[in-house]
Ligand binder design. Sequence first.
Ligand code: SF4
Ligand code: SF4
Length: 203
Amino acid sequence: MLAVQLKAEEEILPLISSKRLFIFECLGCRDVHYPVEQAKEFMDGLKAEIVGKATLDYLCHREFVEEYIKAYAAEIEKAQVVLVSSCGVGVQVVSSLLEDRLVYTCCDTLNLNGFQGLTVKEYNCDQCGECYLNYSGGLCPVALCSKQLLNGPCGGSQNGKCEVDPDMPCVWQQIVDRLATLKQLDTLDRFGTAKNWNVSPVS
Ligand code: SF4
Ligand code: SF4
């Protein structure tokens, strides 16, 4: 099972303040661990302009999310940032469908022992605690890099493919390409500092 919890406001507010937001909130895992009340309090307290919000179950379900994106296309078009409140899989699904948009998450995803529910193979989350997706263009280096590198590429990539498995794209090449397209390459600075492996579920 996985647990989702809100990031500290100091991490998320600088990314979204004074921006027009569209919010996706996933309630699919609320029975496991999703802080429904705390998330509501956080969103109600945001100073940013919220141009739209979609609340759904199973943001990890790509076809389902595609339909929501079509239904909310006008609101999403007005937004400067799409903020996602979900586990790392849901964030990656939204990010992959809105590649020309800044997609941020306000959550960390943590591992709990037990049965893993609905999971999309194409977008994986290793539930590592402090989620990096806000700095990696919505692509996860923990789950998608063969060496789980957090300080940048290993240098072995050939033609955009991973040196460990040439059938896989090199996720670090994808991260750099995506951040360049979004003009967000400066966020790579985050990878020069140590990851906080001590993020743990709140009781
Ligand atoms: S960085 Fe990757 S593995 Fe860690 S919580 Fe985010 S999506 Fe999951
Ligand atoms: S080639 Fe890319 S994806 Fe493969 S191990 Fe190196 S950095 Fe990771």
